[in-house]
Design a protein around this ligand. Structure first.
Ligand code: DGL
Length: 262
């Protein structure tokens, strides 16, 4: 793309996109970053499709005008599986999306039993069903729509107590036994869920591989913006909350560990 320092805008409904953001920072520490959390609209997982498309397209128009990014990363499966094509048609800036990593998961599964854990909206999308039809490679794919896991992940990042039983209940349908075989691969199809990956792995009734596409998304971003100065110390990025609210102190502290300030 260009050898000057690019501005990379990372967008999510909330704080889940930080799991993608940190991988991009690792590869392009010298870039200028703006992280936008649409906390005024969070969670996206239960919003009607028409309303969510209009919301994200409108918001993106204002964000592009305000921040003039060289690239936008939609670090949200719930939005990407719905609105990525519309965004690309509407704006000239390149977009990188985040969609369920069904292809690598099905390629890696030994037992051919794969689960896709996402928001209720993501697992219901035509886009997700097409990924399974195109890349399922004969695996039995179980779609698990979680109602509360994204909220629990945000609670965890804010330093609030999140009970194991609540996480265990959300992930339970991922674990399928069939003819003596067990699910061995779970796709984390919501960017919030890697914030709870240690808990998910610990609470799983048997060992599983968790597939998180964040590193692959970061590599794609670098393909588009170029390599830059990889040994640069990470610069401080800016985080914008669409609600305009200031983050409470424990969250502000967590954001500092991501090198983000309001
Ligand atoms: N982080 C978002 C995703 O990847 C969804 C969370 C939500 O807003 O429900 O789908």
């Amino acid at each position: 793309m260009t050898s000057r320092v690019p501005t990379i805008l990372v967008f999510d409904s909330g704080l889940g996109g930080l799991t993608v953001f940190r991988e991009i920072v690792a590869l392009r520490p010298d870039a200028r970053f703006v992280y936008v959390a649409d906390d005024a609209g969070f969670p996206y997982g239960r919003r009607p499709e028409d309303e969510l498309s209009a919301r994200v397209v409108d918001l993106m128009g204002s964000l592009i005008a305000a921040h003039q990014p060289d690239i936008v990363v939609i670090a949200c499966n719930t939005a990407s599986t719905l609105v990525l094509a519309q965004l690309r048609a509407r704006f000239t800036v390149p977009f990188v999306g985040t969609v369920p990593a069904i292809k690598p998961a099905c390629a890696a599964s030994q037992t051919r039993l794969v689960s896709v854990l996402g928001t209720e909206a993501t697992v219901a999308r035509e886009y997700t069903k097409k990924l399974i039809a195109d890349f399922g490679q004969g695996c039995e794919v179980t779609l698990v729509g979680s109602r509360y896991l994204a909220v629990l992940a945000e609670d965890h990042l804010r330093g609030e107590v999140v009970h194991d039983a609540d996480i265990a209940e959300e992930i339970a349908p991922c674990f399928v036994m069939r003819d003596g075989l067990r699910t061995d691969t779970v796709v984390l199809a919501c960017t919030h869920y890697p914030l709870l990956d240690a808990q998910i792995a610990r609470l799983a009734p048997w060992p599983i591989s968790l597939i998180d596409p964040a590193a692959a998304i970061a590599r794609r971003v670098v393909e588009l913006v170029g390599r830059g100065q990889t040994d640069a110390p990470p610069a401080q990025g800016r985080i914008v909350f669409t609600s305009g609210r200031e983050p409470p102190p424990p969250l502000a502290q967590a954001l500092v560990s991501f090198r983000l300030v309001c």
